[in-house]
Structures are given as structure tokens and as C-alpha cells.
Design a protein. Structure first.
Length: 171
């Protein structure tokens, strides 16, 4: 059997050979070590970029949630304002109809008032005529005429006329 050699012995013997497989492995390990170092550095850089981007993403997600709440609240307010506007439009239409009705009622009241005034004037003329005829008849019975009456009698007559007018108006 071949005596067992240690790793150091193998390296020494193989290191002496110029083109030996050990030297090729060392070169390959060195190249791989450089690649691993580069890859580790890249991984660290990417790790910090990932953490930074994750922070930015979280910030944007918070902003999105905030704006969603704002939009939801704004939509609620818009809905309330639209409802209020609808109610105002309904109230305006009701008020327009009420104004039309009130104008019609006002016209009716004015017409009734004019008719009442015309009837009152007509009644006053009729009362005045009746009173004049009555008083002339009474004066003739008493033997007096309207021209012969004294001012005092005329004042009494006027006072009496007013009382009769008031009584007539009350009726």
C-alpha cells in the first residue's frame, strides 16, 4: 500500500510541479474568492437598496391609505352636498309654487277688496240718499226747509247722520 500523505505534503509536492492541478485550483479559488467578494459586496448594496426601497414603498402605501380615506371622506361630503342641493332645489320649486299661489290669493283678495269698497260706497250713497229723503220729509212735516235751518240744526243733523251711518255700517 501507498503510505498516506497529509494535505501539506500533497501541497508541497504538487506545488513543486509547475503545471500541476493544485496550482490551477489555487488560481480558480482566487478567482472565485474575488467573485464571491464582489458578489457579497453587490449583495450588501442590493440589501441596502432593498431596505431603502422597502421604506419608500411603505411610505407610499401609507400615503395611498391616507388618500383613500381622504377620497372616501370627500365622496361622503360630495354625496351630502348633492343631497342638500337636491333638497334646496325642491324647496325652491315649492317656494315658487307657493309664490304663485300667494299671488293668485293676493289677486283674489284685491278683487274682493275692490268689490267690498265698491259695495261700501254704493251702500253709503244709498244710506245718504235715504237719510236725505228722510230728513227732508221730517223737515217738511216740521214746516222747515233745508235752507231755513240754522247752523246748529245742521250740526245736529250731521251728527245724527254719522250715527245712522255707523248703525247702518254695523248692520
Amino acid at each position: 500500500m501507498i503510505p498516506k500523505r497529509t494535505a501539506s505534503e500533497m501541497m508541497e509536492s504538487s506545488g513543486k510541479a509547475e503545471g500541476g492541478p493544485l496550482k490551477g485550483m489555487k488560481v480558480m479559488l482566487k478567482e472565485n474568492a474575488e467573485k464571491v467578494n464582489f458578489s457579497n459586496n453587490e449583495t450588501r448594496e442590493f440589501g441596502s437598496l432593498i431596505r431603502h426601497n422597502s421604506t419608500i414603498i411603505a411610505s407610499h402605501e401609507r400615503d395611498i391609505r391616507f388618500w383613500k380615506r381622504c377620497i372616501k371622506n370627500a365622496q361622503k361630503v360630495v354625496g351630502e352636498l348633492e343631497q342638500t342641493n337636491k333638497e334646496y332645489k325642491e324647496d325652491i320649486e315649492k317656494n315658487r309654487l307657493e309664490i304663485v299661489e300667494l299671488k293668485q290669493e293676493e289677486e283674489v283678495i284685491l278683487e274682493i277688496q275692490k268689490q267690498g269698497e265698491a259695495r261700501e260706497e254704493e251702500s253709503q250713497r244709498a244710506v245718504q240718499k235715504d237719510m236725505t229723503e228722510f230728513l227732508e220729509g221730517e223737515l217738511k212735516k216740521a214746516g222747515l226747509s233745508l235752507e231755513k235751518e240754522s247752523e246748529e240744526d245742521q250740526d245736529e243733523k250731521i251728527g245724527g247722520d254719522e250715527e245712522k251711518k255707523m248703525v247702518k255700517n254695523e248692520i
